[in-house]
Each structure stands twice: as structure tokens, then as C-alpha cells.
Design a protein around this ligand. Sequence first.
Ligand code: SF4
Length: 362
Amino acid sequence: MSSFDPVRELDMRRDLSDASWKVLLQSDEWDASLAAAADDKRREIYGDEVYLRGLIEFSNYCKNNCYYCGIRAGNQNAVRYRLSKEEILSCCDEGYALGFRTFVLQSGEDPFYTDVLLCEIVSAIRARFPDCAITLSLGEKARESYKAYFDAGANRYLLRHETANDAHYRKLHPDSMSLQNRKRCLYDLKEIGYQVGSGFMVGSPYQTADCLIEDLRFLQALKPDMIGIGPYITHKGTPFAAFPSGSLSLTLRLISILRLLFPYALIPATTALGTIHPQGRELGLKAGANVVMPNLSPVRVRKLYDLYENKICTGEEAAECRGCLERRIAAAGYRAVTAVGDVKFPAARLLPFPERNADRRI
Ligand code: SF4
């Protein structure tokens, strides 16, 4: 019998050699022990708590053309919408009454929302809900813009790097976008003081095990507070319409790996996971995730924010969504909590530049 035990090694060292990563990523042999070790780790740090984030998708306009995305600028069939500041605030009112203490404002890269307008929106939320976290997910911006939103009261920022391999990035994005700028944004956000979230799609077109290893290595350097991964899901209005969606098992395997690599991290069981499998989010929690992000957007616009096809939870009112998720979380053996849900052990967050931190591990 082989003495090779990558789960134990990962748990102890929080790292593997490239060869061991490859074996672990490409086999289902260790999935059960990975999930058990990841669940132990999350319970050690976060107990059975699952944090709820109220997601407000306030605009599906985007100036970019990422080849995998259903709301890309080039998709002429997308029906576009924007929410006003008042509509966004009323989503927050509803969310607050339901117990949400984090609001996630997400949109495509939509120039309609100038920095002045975004700061007005953030300031208004901050003034009305001083006990809540404000998370932004607005894509790539100038450093000064990120700083202005932070000064207006935003605390967290989500920006998935999507892939850390330059050649792979080129296959997923047009020439107007660059991995270098995406990384610049992430380090700017850290330096400014945000709790930063990054992450990647699992099973995106042209992704290889080597790409995934680079993703893990990039995250090891960045040390994000939040790590969001979800399966790539095909959308017919994109150049990748013929590519298959990513797999549930590999996504779950990677959630467990991320929990062992980053014990302190906030890791969502994503809606995309729930879209590819009816129990996807519950399985994500059992694999090591500790956050869910129910939708607070008005029901009339929910279906229109279709980054990918067949997205779940587009028909229910926020209160129904919350109740449904709470039951699902309890059935999986965890507890949905009303809490701002900051990352634990923020002192473990490292200085922004990887070269300064190369030898630091929490
Ligand atoms: S992935 Fe984001 S930046 Fe790219 S087209 Fe979609 S909404 Fe725009």
C-alpha cells in the first residue's frame, strides 16, 4: 500500500509539490478524506456558523467581453437593467429586516455608475446601516476609485482573478483585458485596506491541472480573505457555447483544498454550485465552505443577471430565499447566523506584495 497521503501532507504543511498537486487534483481517491479534513478545519475556526451575504446585482451592463460571460457587452440578446440608488437602498432595507448584516453590491463594469455616484450609494448605505459590512464587486478600477469607495465606507471587495495563467487568461478574455491589471487591482485593494476576495472558475474552457496549480500558487501569494470558486457554466450567448460546464466533484475537491490551504478564509458555497446540482450548496458547505450569498435583488431583474444559464433562485422573494437557505444549511449540519461575518484572525493577513511575504504562512 502506498504511503502517499496528500491530505495529511496538505493539512500539516499547507502546501504540496507540483507533482503531488497534480495527483490530488486529478483523482477522486482522496475526496472523502479531503472533505472530512476540511470540515474539521472549518469547525475548528468557524464552528458550525454559516454567514449570509445579501447580494444586490444592481446593473447587468458591462463594457467588457469576457468570452465565458452571459452579460458580456457583445451579447445583443441580453436584456439590460440598472437599479437606482433608491432601489439599492430599498433592497438593503429589506435585507436588514431579514437579518442580513453584509450587503454585496455587484455589477458588470458599467460606466453609468461614476465614482461620484458609487460613493453616494456607498455613503448612503454606510449612514443607514452602520453595523453592516459593505462588499463591492464592480470589476477592475483605478486605484483612486477603489480608495474613494473605501473612504465612503466600503469594507470588502470581490474580484476573482479567474485564472492565474497568462496564456489561459488570453483564451478567456479579449486583448483589451490583462491578467497583469487584474493582479494590480487585487494588490491595490489589499494595500488600501479592504478585506479582499479572489477566486476562479473550475472547468473553464482550456483549463488544465497546471492552470489550477498556478491558481493555488497565486492565491498563496495573495492571501485573500475570501475565496470564491464555482464551476464554469456554459451560456449560449457566448463564444464558448459549445464547451461543457465544469464538474461538481472537482469544484468540491478544490473547496476542500482551499479550506486546508487557507483555514481562516471565508469561502462561499456558490449559486453556480447549486445550479449544477440540486444539493450543490449543501455539498459545498460539507466540503469546507462557510458562506452563502442569497439574492436581495428585486425579483423582476433577477433572471436578467444571467452570467450563466439556468441560474437558480431567480423567482423567489428575498424572505423565501432566506428561509429556504436556512433550512438547507441546517439540513447539512450547520447554522445560518445573523452576523457581519468578518474574516477571523485578520492579523494573519499578510503584507500586500508577495515578494515581501514569501516566507510567511499563518
Ligand atoms: S465577467 Fe464581469 S467583466 Fe467580464 S463580461 Fe461578465 S460582467 Fe463583464
